[in-house]
Every structure is written in C-alpha cells, then in structure tokens.
Design a protein around this ligand. Structure first.
Ligand code: HEC
Length: 150
C-alpha cells in the first residue's frame, strides 16, 4: 500500500468514527419524581432480588444503559422516557406511568403485560418478591448528575 493510500485510509477511519459518534444521542436522565416511597414491600430484600433478577440488564447510573435502560428515578416516571435508549415501539406507545401497579404487572410477566416489549426477563410470579423490588425501586432517587448537561 502506498503512503498516500494509507493516509487516505486513516482519514476515512477517523471520519467514520466521528460520524458514528454523532449518531449516538447524548446521555439522558429521568427527573426525580415526587411520588412517596412504596412501603408495602421490604426495600432491603428488594435490593437483593434486584441484584439477582434485574441488574444483569439494568444499571442505576444515568447515561449508562445496558441491555435495558438504566432505572434511576424510574418509580413514578413516564415509560420510555430516556432519549439515550432505543425502546421498543410497543413500550413507547403505551404512555404508561411506572406506578406500583404498572410495575407489578410488568415485572410479573413483561411479555404478557406488553407482548412486543424488548424486555425478555423471566417472569416473577411471587407477589411478595415483586412488592419488595418495587419498594426498592421507589427508594432510588437522584438529582440531575452534574456530568449530564441538559
Ligand atoms: C434480560 C434482560 C432484562 C432483565 C433481566 C430485566 N429487564 Fe427490565 N428491561 C429490559 C429491556 C430490554 C427493557 C426495554 C423494554 C422495551 O423497550 O420494550 C426493559 C425495560 C424495563 C423498564 C421500563 C423502563 C423505562 O424507561 O420505561 C422497567 C421499569 C424494567 N425494565 C424493570 C425491570 C425490573 C424491575 C427487572 C427485575 C425484576 C427487570 N427489568 C429485568 C431488559 C431486562
């Protein structure tokens, strides 16, 4: 390969990287909500269940989505609210709000609650476990991180 074509390739690679960089949306964040915490479950137990059943697909860090969207401030928030995560059309079109009742049905069996959802998690048939997870989610509240500029 000649020097010129090497340089050309280098420039091409850099421009492609820059282009693809422009495509990913900036990190997004859910505003904190004012719903009181959900107390019909045990948040400490819920944290352990969350770590076992949810954390492999969800982080709790704004700007860091995994297979699923990060879940900070999700309790009481509108569904599919993050611009930096590619939600299913099914979830985007629900216009749901994640109150305890919605979360309960979705966590129990996401595919049943919303057949075209992207959330392929195991169903959670135990109502007490779901109440604990919801109690835990309701404690997750964070002001806008200063690193996110929106
Ligand atoms: C196998 C991966 C996976 C597991 C395990 C999983 N989720 Fe999800 N979750 C997803 C995906 C993917 C989506 C996006 C759904 C869509 O766009 O239809 C999602 C979406 C959600 C949403 C909607 C968030 C929003 O911004 O509207 C909530 C709430 C949620 N999950 C809670 C949970 C909880 C609680 C658990 C554990 C009990 C769990 N998930 C387990 C993959 C997973």
């Amino acid at each position: 390969m000649t020097e010129t074509s090497k340089r050309y390739l280098g420039v091409l690679t850099v421009s492609m990287l820059m282009l693809s960089g422009c495509k990913s949306p900036p990190p997004d964040y859910r505003n904190p909500v004012s719903l009181p915490a959900y107390t019909q479950g045990d948040a400490a137990a819920g944290q352990e269940i969350y770590n076992d059943a949810c954390a492999q697909c969800h982080t709790l860090n704004p700007g860091h989505n995994n297979k699923g969207p990060q879940l900070m401030n999700v309790y009481g928030a509108p569904a599919a609210d993050l611009n930096d995560y590619a939600y299913s059309d099914a979830l985007k079109n629900t216009h749901w709000v994640w109150d305890a009742n919605r979360l309960d049905h979705y966590i129990a069996d996401a595919m049943k609650a919303l057949p075209d959802t992207k959330m392929l998690a195991d169903p959670m048939p135990d109502a007490k476990e779901r109440a604990d997870v919801i109690a835990y989610l309701s404690t997750l509240r964070q002001e806008k991180p200063t690193t996110l500029n929106q």
